[in-house]
Design a protein around this ligand. Sequence first.
Ligand SMILES: NC(=O)c1ccc[n+]([C@@H]2O[C@H](COP(=O)([O-])OP(=O)(O)OC[C@H]3O[C@@H](n4cnc5c(N)ncnc54)[C@H](O)[C@@H]3O)[C@@H](O)[C@H]2O)c1
Length: 337
Amino acid sequence: MLKIAVLGCGRIGVMHAANVNAHPHAELAGVFDINSVAAENCGSAHGVRVFKSADEVFASPDVDAVLIATATSTHSDYIEAAVRAEKPVLCEKPIDLDLKRVELCKSRIGDTSLPIMLGFVRRFDPGHRAARQAFLDGEIGNLHQVVITSRDPGMAPDAYIEASGGIFRDMTIHDFDLARFMLGEEIETVSATGSRLVDPALMEKCNDYDTVVAVLVTKSGRQAVITNSREAAYGYDQRVELFGSKGMVVSENRRMNHVTKHVKDATNVSAPLLNFFIERYAEAFNAEIGHFVDVVENGALLEVGFEDGRLALILAEAAFKSIAEGRAVRIAEIARS
Ligand SMILES: NC(=O)c1ccc[n+]([C@@H]2O[C@H](COP(=O)([O-])OP(=O)(O)OC[C@H]3O[C@@H](n4cnc5c(N)ncnc54)[C@H](O)[C@@H]3O)[C@@H](O)[C@H]2O)c1
C-alpha cells in the first residue's frame, strides 16, 4: 500500500483524498491545509491524521508520497520540499503561474529520479486516450489536425478569475498539454486570439480574455486548434477530434445518461452534459491516481511529469505574446527569454 498524504483540502483536494482512499493499492496517510477547518473536515471524513504543518508531512516516516492540491502559488515550494524529503509527488496543474519560478524550481530539483507527476488529468480520460490509441494504431493514418473544444459551464467567481493568472495559464493549460499528448510532435509556433464577450468589464480589469482560440503547429506541419470559452450555456463542453489521412476519430462529450428521445416536436434529444470537471473527468481522476501508484510502486514509466508542466506553461506564455504582438510566436522565443 502506498501511503499518500494530501496537501490542500479545497475543491479538488477533497476529491483526491477520497480517490486515494478508494484505490486498492493506496491509502490516505493524512491531510494538511492551512485552513484547519477544511483539513479537519477532510481528515475526519476518512478517519485519518490531520497534520499540523507541511513540514510535519514531509518529515513523517508514515508518508511515502505526497499529492499537492493546494493553491497554485505554493506548488513549487512544496515540490522542492518533497524532493528534499525524497517523497514522490503528484502535483496539480499548473506548477506556477510564473515561468521564472518554474525554471527556478527545475534548477533546484535538478535531475532527480523521484517521480514528479503533473495533474494533467485529461490524458487519463478513457475517451481521449482511446482516440489517441486509434491514431497510434494507424487507424486514421498520418495525423494532420487536432481540434480541442473546451468550454466551461459558467464563469468562475471574480476573485478566482482575478487570481487565475489568465485564461491560458489557468484553463487552456490543460488543452496545451492535451494537444502535445495528441500531436506526438513538439509544437513550434503558437498563434492566438482572445475576446472579451462573456464579462467584458471583468476581463478588461484583469487584462484577460474569456473567449480564445489558439492554433499550434508542429515542425512537420501538424496543426492543433484549441477553442475555449469561460461560459457555455449548455454545460461543460469537452471534445477532442483527431483528423488524419485515413479518417477521423472523435472523443465526445459525456452526458448524465445516454438515452436519446425522439418525440413529436423533437428528435435525438439527450440528457444534459455532465456539469463540470469533477463529474466529467471522474474516471480520469481515478486513473491518474492509479498511474501515480503504478509509477511509484511498480516502476511504471511516468507518462506526465514536471517537464510537461513547464512546456504547457511555455505554450501559455506564447499565446499571450501572440495576442499582444499580433503574430505567430515561435516556442524557441519563449524558451530563450
Ligand atoms: N486538474 C484539474 O482539473 C484542476 C481543477 C481545479 C483546480 N486545479 C488546481 O488545483 C489547485 C487547487 O485548486 P482548488 O480549486 O481545489 O482550490 P481551492 O481554493 O478550493 O483549494 C485550495 C486549498 O489549498 C489550501 N492552501 C492554500 N495555501 C496552502 C498552503 N500553503 N498549505 C496548505 N494548504 C494551502 C487552501 O486553504 C484551500 O483549502 C490549483 O492549483 C488549481 O489550479 C486543477
